[in-house]
Design a protein around this ligand. Structure first.
Ligand code: ATP
Length: 437
C-alpha cells in the first residue's frame, strides 16, 4: 500500500517536472533542499489560486482590506510576538549517522529511524527563524529576520489600515506573501518547504462576538476549498486539543486534506484573542484599542485568523485533480482542475495542417488570447494534442475542421467527459467566460 502511495506521488512529481509545473530550485547545481521553483504552468496555476483567494477574501467583500507588508520587519516585532524565544521545534541528532529529526515526529524517542542505533541526542530547542543582517556591518545589532509568518505585518498595521480605510469593527486585513522557516524535516514535495507563501486574513472583532465569528470563518474557509474544486470527502476538520493549542489561542481548528502520505493540515482557523495587539501595545506604548459606538466602550479587539499556505493549497489542487484514466490509452493522465484555476483555459487546434484550417485556428487563438490564457498547437495527431492538454489540465479544446469552413463552427472537446459539441466561432469567448468563472 505504501509503495502504491509513493508511486502515485512519484508520478505526480515527475509529471510536474515534465510539464513545467514545478522544478527543484537550483537544479543544475544539484538542487537546494526544500526549495522549489514554479515553471510556466505552475506559476500560472499559483497565480490563479492566489487570485481566487484574493477575490473571495477582499474583492467580493466590503469588510476586508488588502495589505502587502515587507518581509523584513523591525527585529523587536519578533521579540514581542514570542518568535525569538518560542518559535522552536525540538531537534534530535543521531550521533552515528548524523541524521536530524523533529523529536515530535519520532515514534521511538531513543532509536534512530535511519540507522537503527540507540544513539539519539536529547531534544534541544531549535529556532526556525532565518536570520540575516541589515546594512554593511554583520554584528548582533544588525540582525533581522526573514518573517516566519505574514500575520505580524498585519498586526503592526492595524491602526494604519483602520484609519486610512475608515473601516469599523468587525473588519479584516488580508495578505498574501512569502514566509520562511528553517524546518528541521521539510519534505513531501512542496508540502513542507523552507521558503513558502501564505494567504492570511486577520479579522478584528469585539471580544463578546468571538464564537460567532470563529464559526463564521470556519464555514467560509471550508466552502472556499469546495469552490476551488476540492473533493469534499478528502477534507475534514481537526480541533486542537489542550496540548496542541498555541499559548495565545483560545480555540484552533485545522482544515485537513487526505494526501497520499496521510491526513495533513491545509489551513488553520484560530481565535487569537487580544494577545497580539495587547503585546504590541505593551511593547511600543502605542494604544491599539478601539472605541465602539455599538458597545459604548474602549477595548482591544480580538482576532480570528485564517491562515493557509499557497504552496500547500497548490499541492492539494494537484493531488486532488490528478487522475489516471486507462480509457484514454497510453497517455492516460488527466489533471481535472476546476476551470477557473486551470493554467490554460482552452487550446485551439486545426484538425489538419492544410486547406486553410491553420489560418482560421490562428485567428481564433489570437482573438481569444486578448481575454484568456489559451494555447495553439498544430503539432502531431489530434489524439496526441488532446492528451497533452489533458496532462496540462486544460478544460477545453477547440478544433477547426472541414465543417468550419462551411458553417463557421468548431468542436469543443470537454476534458473530463471527452465529449465533443459544435459551436459557432462567434460564441466561443462567451462560452469560455461562462465556463471558467
Ligand atoms: P506545522 O505544525 O505543520 O509546522 P503550523 O501549524 O506551525 O505548521 P501555521 O503556522 O499555522 O502552521 O501556518 C499556517 C499555514 O501555513 C499552514 O496551514 C500551511 O498551509 C502553511 N505552512 C506553514 N509552514 C509551512 C511550510 N514549512 N511549508 C509550506 N507551507 C507551510
Amino acid at each position: 500500500m505504501a509503495k502504491k502511495t509513493d508511486d502515485k506521488m512519484n508520478r505526480l512529481v515527475s509529471l510536474c517536472k515534465r510539464r513545467g509545473f514545478i522544478f527543484q530550485s537550483s537544479e543544475i547545481y544539484g538542487g537546494l533542499n526544500a526549495c522549489w521553483d514554479y515553471g510556466p504552468l505552475g506559476s500560472e496555476l499559483k497565480r490563479n489560486i492566489n487570485g481566487f483567494w484574493w477575490e473571495a477574501m477582499t474583492n467580493r467583500r466590503d469588510d476586508i482590506e488588502g495589505l502587502d507588508a515587507a518581509i523584513l520587519m523591525h527585529p523587536d516585532v519578533w521579540k514581542t510576538s514570542g518568535h525569538v524565544d518560542e518559535f522552536t521545534d525540538p531537534l534530535v541528532d543521531c550521533k552515528t549517522c548524523k541524521s536530524r529529526f523533529r523529536a515530535d515526529d519520532l515514534e521511538n524517542q531513543s532509536k534512530c529511524p535511519v540507522c537503527g542505533n540507540n544513539t539519539l541526542t536529547d531534544p534541544r530547542q531549535f529556532n526556525l527563524m532565518f536570520k540575516t543582517f541589515m546594512g554593511p556591518v554583520e554584528d548582533a545589532g544588525a540582525v533581522v529576520y526573514l518573517r516566519p509568518e505574514t500575520a505580524q505585518g498585519i498586526y503592526v498595521n492595524f491602526l494604519n489600515v483602520k484609519n486610512s480605510s475608515r473601516q469599523k469593527i468587525p473588519f479584516g486585513i488580508a495578505q498574501i506573501g512569502k514566509a520562511f522557516r528553517n524546518e528541521i524535516t521539510p519534505g513531501n514535495f512542496i508540502f513542507r518547504t523552507r521558503e513558502f507563501e501564505q494567504m492570511e486574513m486577520q479579522y478584528f472583532i469585539h471580544p463578546s462576538e468571538d464564537e460567532k465569528w470563529f464559526e463564521y470563518w470556519c464555514q467560509e474557509r471550508w466552502n472556499w476549498y469546495l469552490e476551488l474544486g476540492i473533493r469534499k470527502e478528502k477534507l475534514r476538520w481537526h480541533e486542537h486539543g489542550p496540548d496542541e493549542l498555541a499559548h495565545y489561542a483560545k480555540k484552533a481548528l485545522d482544515i485537513e486534506y487526505e494526501f497520499p502520505f496521510g491526513w495533513k493540515e491545509l489551513e488553520g482557523v484560530h481565535n487569537r484573542t487580544d494577545f497580539d495587539l495587547s503585546r504590541h501595545q505593551q511593547a511600543t506604548g502605542k494604544d491599539q484599542s478601539y472605541i465602539d459606538e455599538r458597545f459604548a466602550e474602549k477595548f482591544i479587539p480580538y482576532i480570528i485568523e485564517t491562515s493557509a499556505g499557497c504552496d500547500r493549497t497548490l499541492l492539494t489542487v494537484l493531488v486532488d485533480a490528478y487522475d489516471e484514466d486507462p480509457s484514454r490509452g497510453d497517455k492516460s493522465t488527466v489533471l481535472r482542475f476546476a476551470p477557473k484555476i486551470a493554467p490554460i483555459k482552452a487550446a485551439v487546434f486545426p484538425l489538419v495542417n492544410k486547406d486553410g484550417l491553420p489560418e482560421i485556428a490562428e485567428k481564433i487563438y489570437h482573438d481569444l488570447k486578448k481575454e484568456f490564457k489559451v494555447f495553439f498547437d498544430d503539432g502531431g495527431s489530434i489524439g496526441r494534442r488532446y492528451a497533452r492538454m489533458d496532462e496540462a489540465g486544460t478544460p477545453f479544446c477547440f478544433t477547426v475542421d472541414g465543417q468550419t469552413k462551411e458553417d463557421e463552427t468548431v468542436t469543443i472537446r470537454d476534458r473530463d467527459s471527452m465529449e465533443q459539441t459544435r459551436h459557432k466561432i462567434a460564441e466561443l469567448a462567451a462560452i469560455l467566460l461562462d465556463k471558467t468563472k
